[in-house]
Design a protein. Structure first.
Length: 1100
């Protein structure tokens, strides 16, 4: 009664405060039985007091005795419990006790055969008190008409490990909770637990025993990926689903077993989170440290690919045996210290990881400058149940853990699990519920749902036809009849589990969000999250995450790295076994402006100078940190070059040099095994050839500036303009009178002379600073512009308009012709001897290239015969070969990079010229090992130097001021001027002349219409036309300009010369017709009085 009172009080308090019979059950089950029970076999009682799987209605208030009896009887007859040990009434009373009833009859009950006998009447009386009637048991038994179907499932775990104990307790709780809420289900999972003893063979043997002898319908487990690799094959053969909630190796998926379901996250899902961390902090390489087994090796290919996608390299893989001694671990760590990489990714089991971090701290690898990242296996193991001695060795380490949302249900379950686990494992007081327990709980729930969904028939096995006496003979392994149905049910099962949404996709769970943790103090501090859609993020709020880049460090909280510093390590350091970087420098005899290596015999020191050396020194000074280095000449013991540039670059690949500085060209074939920085010079390969000696010029070179169509068009327009001027002037201007030959000669002389005098008179007319007198003769609204071009003058306004336009055309033509001819004559002096590479190959000419240069391969690719190639070491040697000529042991052309060509031309610019084609190259760059973290830093520093004034100062120091030699290149040609460039000018001049001609003819016909009418009406048309042309050719005696000319002749005024007269020589006089009675004279009082206007523009 004393015990019962205590139990009743516990149940009452719990039920009263929580209003939950489930909490009451927990309170009863957590009672300290060891301190209260004094019977001989109290352990037997305790072992069977644990909540049974068949407790459905007991957790659903109100509780009635009939339900208690019914369930108790069912429990007693269930094959889950060994027969003959548990008494039906003992189970009944224990179940009633679990719900707070039947306490008075507790002492009257015997629950084991070895306990003191009790009278059945006393038991019946006790039950009668509970039920209120003596027929309660009969009612319960009578109502037990529903039967359940036991379904055997196997559990294979390393039972000695803490994770396995946690997982097994969660599996039991999952069954209890599931059937408590699904009491109407017909199937009941029966657990058959086996210990794999942390061994692959034992795990396979346990699985074989469960499949062959117990005929389980599914197996939960095993623990490790190596164990799963064997068990999966057995499951595939027997068609038994294997559900592992802890085997994470991606290689298991490659087995492509349809009967393997991964109830956890694939390791390949976490590598993207790790690579995102590496990218966010700008680390360019990382070294994985992993255990040498299936678990460790499975992740490496995926991790390497993920790092390469973010431009990070894996220079080395550190593999540690599971059985490695401490000395072997220290030896491997020291090896890592000699490398420059300082970012390490650790993937191994807890036991080995603890030793690794302990030794790393002892030798100083947990100090400032180092970066350690743990995969989720270590993060969960270290941080789920923190141990101060362990966490003290991993301060500043980064880790990833699967993110489990905090829910109310998870909180209640954690509290229940803690009480149950402490009751079952009183020595594990520090144990905490981890991800493995949650995954085991959800996997068990999924299996229970799938078994019920698969049906209640065909739970047997089809035996193999092969007979064998061995109980472990694989040939006798049967095939599960319901395995395919359970597998299909599992693949489609989905529910809300403790960890979140539970659903299998392609045989494994969906990749969840990971939380990024930073170990500080005695636990892990969450600094952010990673999701497949958002990448890195401080929170899981998409609105906040959109404000920053998914790879930016601003999307995680401040990290405290090893050494208790918040300064982000650069991810690499100078190796501890080397104080300075070894920089290889090419040794050459020529082109010392670029790089030169000289040795002082007295002091036995080597001096390195040149443009490339100064640039590298400036670049290193621009780095935000100190970088010690030393130059080493690439030479033999006698000081001669030790090989070609390809050989020098290959020394970096062989790790004989840490870098190479010099006139090293960026080319593709070298980039396959080394890395280049950004170029610091102009890129390209071109050809230089001698300039041809053109002392004997072409006699017809003056014709080349204009094309033939432009020459013909210009000539025709001169003739046309001369004809138009004659038509407009010959009747009124004595200068255009005379015999037919005189008139033709004068007209064409006047037209062609504009070519000479247009550029002399017209510009002076427009731009002259001397006095210009424009005589405007206003008489009957007629304007007389007295422009003088040649000795002949034009008096018609139409002629003057045509001549002005034509002079502009001629001026542009002559100026263009002069410029084109000057350019042509200049180009003739710079004409190269060869302009086409194919001509050199066809003629078999000798060509040169610089010794040791990659240009040799380029020339061979172009088709040059190797016997036709000659080498030179300096600009002087190149000039000497050119001087000898191709036929006398010299060369006809030389191929080299632009930097060297410019040096040659700067010395011999009057003798050689550079022509196309230019073969594109990468320019000069510095050489580093493949994937070197220094490359991006050096490249950024190169940009900083080349964009500043320091590069100009270096170039000026080595190359001097810009050369005064004319620029050479492919533009050694001068195109002739064609009609296409001037057809617009000819069109304007032609239209103006044609318009003037039309106006004159129309006015002439109109003025002479009376003469044409008065002609003999009997005359023929031809005679009339002849008479008309006779009048057209005759002198116009009525013209005032003609009489003015006569008057000037009588007064002794001669025709003006080409020289500009003085301003006083120009005057405008009013001239009246000689015959005032003529029709042309207006004697009316209203006639206009002629005026004289003199415009005098003084020279400023």
């Amino acid at each position: 009664m004393e015990i019962a009172t205590c139990l009743l009080g516990a149940c009452y308090d719990s039920a009263h405060q929580k209003s939950s019979f489930e909490e009451c059950s927990v309170a009863v089950s957590s009672f300290t039985w060891e301190k209260s029970l004094k019977w001989d076999e109290e352990d037997s009682l305790i072992s069977y007091f644990n909540p049974l799987p068949l407790v459905g209605p007991l957790f659903t208030p109100p509780v009635n005795v009939t339900a208690v009896v019914k369930v108790a009887v069912r429990a007693a007859t269930d094959p889950v419990f060994p027969p003959g040990i548990v008494d039906v009434y003992g189970i009944l009373l224990l179940k009633m006790l679990a719900v707070g009833v039947g306490l008075e009859a507790f002492c009257e009950l015997e629950t084991h055969q070895k306990l003191k006998p009790r009278k059945l009447a006393g038991i019946s009386s006790a039950i009668g008190k509970l039920a209120g009637t003596s027929s309660a048991i009969e009612m319960g038994v009578a109502q037990n008409t529903t039967s359940t179907i036991p379904v055997n499932v196997g559990v294979v775990l390393d039972l000695a490990s803490l994770d396995a104990k946690i997982a097994l307790s969660c599996i039991n709780m999952a069954l209890s909770d599931f059937y408590a809420s699904h009491g109407d289900y017909k199937t009941r999972l029966v657990l058959n637990t086996r210990d794999s003893k942390k061994d692959v063979i034992d795990a396979a043997a346990a699985a074989l025993d469960l499949i062959k002898n117990v005929e389980v319908q599914a197996i939960l487990g095993p623990t490790t990926s190596m164990q799963a690799n064997f068990v999966i094959d057995l499951g595939e053969k027997a068609r038994v689903p294997i559900i592992s909630f802890s085997a994470t190796s991606p290689s298991l998926t490659s087995i492509r077993s349809s009967y393997f379901l991964r109830a956890t996250q694939n390791d390949s899902a976490k590598v993207n989170a790790i690579s995102a961390i590496v990218q966010a902090f700008g680390w360019r390489e990382a070294v994985p440290i992993y255990i040498d087994n299936e678990y460790g090796e499975g992740i490496i290919p995926y991790l390497t690919d993920a790092l390469q996608e973010v431009d990070a390299r894996v220079p080395y893989r550190s593999v540690i045996s599971p059985s490695a001694t401490d000395d072997q671990i220290v030896e491997e760590l020291y090896k890592l210290m000699t490398m420059q990489t300082r970012v390490f990714i650790v993937h191994m089991y807890r036991s080995l990881g603890t030793r690794l971090f302990t030794k790393a701290k002892e030798i100083g690898m947990m100090s400032e400058g180092y970066v350690w990242i743990m995969t989720d296996g270590l993060s969960v193991d270290f941080l789920s149940s923190p141990n101060h001695s362990v966490t003290d060795t991993i301060q500043g380490v980064l880790g990833i853990k699967p993110y489990v949302p905090r829910t109310k249900e998870l909180g209640y379950f954690r509290a229940r699990w803690k009480r149950k686990f402490l009751r079952d494992n009183p020595n594990k007081i520090d144990a905490e519920l981890n991800i493995y327990g949650l995954l085991a709980y959800d996997a068990t729930t999924a299996l229970a749902l799938a078994v019920e969904k698969a049906g209640t028939t065909n739970f047997g096995f089809r035996k193999a036809n092969v007979s064998s006496n061995s109980s472990t003979d694989l040939a006798t392994l049967g095939i599960s009849l319901n395995g395919p149905n359970i597998l299909r049910a599992l693949s489609t099962t989905s529910f809300k589990g403790l960890k979140g949404d539970y659903l299998f996709v392609d045989g494994q769970l969906q990749s969840p969000a990971f939380q990024i943790v930073n170990v500080n103090g005695n636990g892990g501090r969450r600094i952010g999250f990673w999701t497949p859609t958002e990448g890195l993020a401080k929170t899981l709020n998409p609105r906040i995450n959109k404000r920053t880049s998914s790879t930016s460090t601003s999307r995680v909280s401040t990290v405290i790295f090893p050494g208790e510093t918040t300064v982000v390590p650069k991810g690499w350091e100078i190796p501890t076994n080397e104080k300075k970087l070894k920089i290889g420098v090419p040794v050459k005899s020529g082109f010392s402006e670029l790089v030169a290596v000289t040795k002082d015999p007295g002091s036995n020191t080597t001096k390195f100078t040149g443009f490339c050396i100064d640039v590298f020194d400036a670049v290193v000074r621009a780095l935000p940190y100190a970088l010690p280095y030393e130059y080493i000449p690439f030479a033999n013991s006698d000081g001669e070059p030790a090989g070609t540039y390809n050989d020098l670059a290959y020394q970096v690949y062989l790790k004989n040099y840490d870098a190479v500085v010099g006139d090293i060209t960026i080319v593709y074939n070298r980039s396959l095994y080394i890395d280049y920085t950004l170029p610091f010079t102009e890129s390209g390969v071109s050809m230089i050839v001698p300039i041809a000696d053109n002392n004997s010029k072409n006699a017809w070179v003056f014709m080349k500036p204009l094309t033939w169509d432009l020459w013909v068009t210009t000539f025709l327009f001169f003739v046309f303009i001369g004809f138009v001027v004659w038509v407009l002037e010959h009747r009124i201007n004595d200068d255009f009178r005379g015999s037919a030959s005189d008139q033709a000669g004068t007209s064409f002389w006047f037209s062609f002379s504009t070519m000479v005098f247009a550029q002399r008179n017209l510009p002076s007319l427009v731009n002259s600073t001397s006095t210009v007198v424009l005589a405007l003769h206003l008489y009957k609204h007629q304007i007389d512009f007295m422009f003088k071009f040649t000795g002949e003058r034009v008096v018609s306004n139409l002629s003057r308009a045509v001549i002005i336009i034509w002079c502009f055309v001629v001026l542009i033509l002559t100026q263009s012709y002069t410029a084109s001819l000057a350019s042509l004559l200049t180009v003739e002096q710079l004409q190269p001897t060869v302009t086409d590479v194919r001509v050199l190959i066809k003629k078999g000419e000798y060509v040169g290239y610089q010794k040791g240069s990659f240009v040799l391969g380029l020339l061979l690719d172009l088709g040059f015969d190797k016997s036709k190639l000659m080498v030179y070491n300096s600009a002087e040697e190149c000039h000497h070969l050119f001087s000898k000529g191709s036929g006398n042991g010299g060369i006809a052309a030389a191929f080299d990079e632009l930097a060297f060509i410019k040096l040659i031309l700067s010395r011999y610019c009057s003798k050689y010229t550079m022509i196309d084609p230019k073969f594109k190259t990468g320019g000069f760059g510095f050489v580093f090992p493949k994937g070197s973290p220094l490359v991006p830093h050096i490249s950024r520093a190169i940009l900083n130097v080349t964009e500043g004034d320091e590069m100009k100062q270096i170039e000026g120091a080595w190359f001097g001021e810009k050369s005064t030699c004319p620029e050479s290149g492919s533009s050694i040609s001068s195109n002739s001027l064609s009609l296409k460039s001037f057809w617009g000018l000819f069109l304007i001049a032609g239209l103006a002349a044609l318009l003037a001609l039309i106006i004159f003819i129309v006015s002439f016909v109109y003025r002479e219409r009376n003469i044409l009418r008065s002609s003999d009406s009997t005359a023929s048309i031809w005679s009339r036309i002849e008479n008309f042309f006779r009048i057209f050719i005759q002198r116009d005696s009525t013209s005032s300009t003609l009489r003015q000319s006569d008057r000037n002749d009588r007064n002794g005024i001669s025709l003006p010369t080409m020289c500009a007269p003085s301003p006083s020589a120009y005057s405008v006089d009013t001239e009246y017709p000689a015959n005032r009675s003529s029709a042309s004279y207006d004697s009316s009082p209203n006639r206009e009085v002629p005026q004289e206007v003199v415009i005098d523009h003084e020279n400023n």
